[in-house]
Ligand binder design. Structure first.
Ligand SMILES: Cc1cc2nc3c(=O)[nH]c(=O)nc-3n(C[C@H](O)[C@H](O)[C@H](O)COP(=O)(O)OP(=O)(O)OC[C@H]3O[C@@H](n4cnc5c(N)ncnc54)[C@H](O)[C@@H]3O)c2cc1C
Length: 410
């Protein structure tokens, strides 16, 4: 049974109240703010809207943009929680599993936050397995190191996916109160996105009991099947939302500057034609990034109706890859263009936050997947076709199908 859905306006208001508090907050430790957000609907959108996944995704996009405008790192932490819930709910819409659904209901009832890792180690070789899980008589034993785990201080649960292996599995288990789970003392990225609270994590003989384990169907496409595809789709699009939120802060500050700064001849910067066009160019590309995220939102409707689910999954993932590459290239570009407009003051103390955010935006094209890797995937797809007739692999989506996305309402 689906939980009772709250009004979407209330959720947007809750996110905007949280973002306002966050923007004013001067302490390093965000615990009090995360505690107040826990009482709201915001962290549980994908569970609350499980029977309307497009609305869930559009709402997440909306709230992460608002929160990212206040603090990109905090938005990235919450994004890591939301994409996991969204990905699991989408997976359950394809492979229903009452036991897993009950676990999500429990997360909602207890108002818990979820951190995640895929268990790769950061070494001189990409995708080296850092965490492994092997069956024991009492469930599974987890050992190893996960280099990147965000939201470490706040989350109560860890979602660990081990999907690129012969027996893919996902574990959702308590993160707190087990001496065998330890975190690095220092932030993994001390200079940027500190509010994401990203640290290394070590598991030394952690025993995960059967109720916290669920099998992952080995079905379509990527080695981890639909589970990998939908998790990656949510993650690519919603991490873009967090960075686009940061970019909107930078644009906002740049507009204020342009409206107040006078050039040598006494004219306001905002009156110069080339500056007006430069700002317009940023706005047009921002609008396109928005539209591409909405395209992934719509793909979630197509997924539930699809006759050929593998094709619909592949098409949805392509939308997410396009949206992420476009949005994060753009946020990097906004950082560069706005720095040029603002001049050297961007590195002065008065603009310290703005200077930091423009640096944080450089992370967009690097995570969660380097844009080069996404481009390589798309390039392989193009080469596999006999002729180029546009970028869509499939034509499974009827134009205009699905509800109008929430994100379009802003
Ligand atoms: C702020 C932040 C928070 C994060 N939080 C989490 C978290 O909570 N949980 C989690 O699991 N992860 C988290 N991550 C990690 C993230 O999901 C990625 O795993 C990580 O960013 C991988 O990037 P990398 O550059 O370290 O990749 P590496 O795997 O070290 O690769 C290095 C570089 O090699 C190249 N490369 C690698 N593979 C290929 C390939 N197949 N083809 C072509 N080129 C390739 C790319 O240029 C890549 O950037 C976080 C990352 C950031 C930045």
């Amino acid at each position: 049974m689906s939980p009772q859905k709250p009004d979407t306006t209330t959720i947007r208001e809750q996110a905007s109240a949280f973002a306002s508090e966050l923007a004013e907050y001067r302490e390093e430790d965000l615990t009090p703010l995360w505690e107040s957000l826990r009482a709201s609907h915001v962290p549980f959108i994908p569970i609350l809207f499980r029977d309307e996944l497009d609305t869930a995704h559009a709402l997440c996009n909306n709230v992460l943009r608002a929160i990212g405008k206040a603090n990109v790192g905090a938005a990235y932490a919450l994004e890591n929680h939301l994409y996991v819930l969204g990905g699991i709910e989408t997976y359950l819409s394809i492979h229903p599993n009452e036991r897993v659904r009950a676990r999500l209901d429990d997360i909602l009832a207890r108002r818990q936050y979820v951190a995640n890792t895929h268990g790769y180690l950061h070494t001189d070789s990409a995708f080296t397995e850092g965490i492994s899980a092997k069956p024991t008589g009492r469930g599974m034993e987890v050992n190893g190191i996960g280099h990147f785990v965000s939201f470490t201080k706040t989350a109560e649960l860890l979602f660990l996916t081990l999907v690129d292996c012969p027996d893919p599995v996902a574990l959702l288990f308590p993160l707190k109160g087990d001496q065998r789970i330890t975190f690095g003392d220092d932030y993994y990225f001390p200079e940027v996105l500190r509010a994401s609270d990203t640290r290394s994590m070590s598991c030394d003989g952690v025993v995960v009991s059967p109720e916290h384990i669920f099998d992952v169907a080995r079905d379509h496409l990527l080695p981890g099947g639909a589970m990998s595809v939908v998790l990656l789709g949510w993650h690519l699009t919603l991490s873009s939302s967090a960075f686009l939120g940061g970019a909107s802060y930078v644009i906002d500050q740049t507009l204020k500057f342009a409206k107040g700064f006078k050039t040598f001849d006494g004219r306001l910067l905002s009156r110069l034609d080339d500056i007006v066009a430069e700002l317009g160019k940023i706005g047009i590309r921002y609008g396109a990034a928005d539209a591409l995220i909405n395209d992934y939102t719509r793909s979630l409707v197509a997924l539930s109706d699809a006759r050929d689910r593998a094709e619909a999954l592949r098409d949805g993932l392509l939308s997410a890859q396009i949206a992420n590459c476009h949005a994060t290239e753009l946020t990097e570009e906004i950082s560069r263009r706005c720095r040029r407009l603002l001049g050297t003051r961007i590195f002065g103390p008065r603009y310290a936050t703005l200077g930091r955010v423009t640096t944080e935006l450089l992370m967009g094209p690097l995570a969660p997947r380097n844009n080069g890797i996404l481009e390589k995937d798309v390039g392989h797809g193009m080469l596999a076709k006999r002729s180029f007739d546009g970028i869509r692999w499939a034509r499974s989506r009827t134009p205009g199908a699905g509800r109008a996305p929430e994100a379009g309402k802003t």
